[in-house]
Design a protein around this ligand. Structure first.
Ligand code: HEM
Length: 191
């Protein structure tokens, strides 16, 4: 994972994340608002100097993206706020699809062959609170690998734009059950 960029100032994302951390004990509504702010801020984040190269290259290309996704999925699997949703899914497939999605979305040489976000998450009953919990797990994984603030901002802006296709239930509730109507994708290699 590259450490090329040095943080010379506290970015809007950093502030929003600090707010999120600080508000962790002050109730679901506050926490949810903080994550929403974080995503909105990331979407409109401005940099003082232009970044050079694709986000894919600045993230450290496929090996670094794979390492972040592995850590992220391990955090999700251990997170009781969201892990019930993955009970019937093929985790190796989810990991492969996430790496390909991030790679292609950030300008890398990959083709995402998975389903649309709406189809993949249909009938899963994901709440806003659960979406935000997953973003927190991703941010923790990005921080674990010292991904700089600018790259975090750009990645979160891209992923935050998918929220409307993934969240089916408004509200801050987490740990909700996986509905019986949810149909998981076939396992990798069997598609
Ligand atoms: C920005 C946020 C998210 C992104 C970018 C994302 C991305 C993806 C991708 C690329 C796949 C693979 C699709 C396929 O197999 O064709 C997937 C599957 C899945 N996602 Fe998400 N996801 C997000 C949020 C969530 C949330 C909030 C939950 C639940 C709390 C969730 C639960 C799942 C599950 C259980 C699967 C496996 C579905 C299956 O077995 O068919 N995802 N996601």
């Amino acid at each position: 994972m590259p450490n090329r960029l040095v943080r010379t100032h506290v970015t809007a994302f950093g502030l929003a994340f600090a707010l999120l951390t600080a508000s962790a004990c002050s109730g679901d509504a506050t926490k949810q608002a903080a994550v929403d702010t974080m995503l909105d801020t990331a979407a409109s984040a401005e940099s003082t100097t232009p970044a050079s190269g694709t986000l894919y290259d600045r993230l450290g290309a496929k090996p670094a993206i794979t390492a972040v996704v592995d850590t992220f999925v391990a955090r999700v699997a251990a997170d009781s706020r969201i892990n019930k949703k993955f009970a019937r899914s093929d985790i190796p497939r989810v990991k492969t699809m996430l790496v390909d999605q991030i790679c292609s979305q950030t300008g890398g040489p990959c083709t995402y062959s998975g389903r649309s976000m709406k189809d993949a998450h249909r009938d899963m009953g994901v709440t806003e609170g659960e979406f935000n919990a997953l973003v927190e797990d991703l941010v923790a994984a990005l921080n674990q690998f010292n991904v700089p603030a600018r790259e975090q901002d750009e990645l979160l802006a891209a992923l935050g734009a998918m929220k409307g296709d993934i969240v089916e239930v408004q509200g801050a509730e987490t740990g909700t059950r996986l509905p019986a109507s949810f149909k998981p994708a076939a396992a990798s290699g069997n598609r």
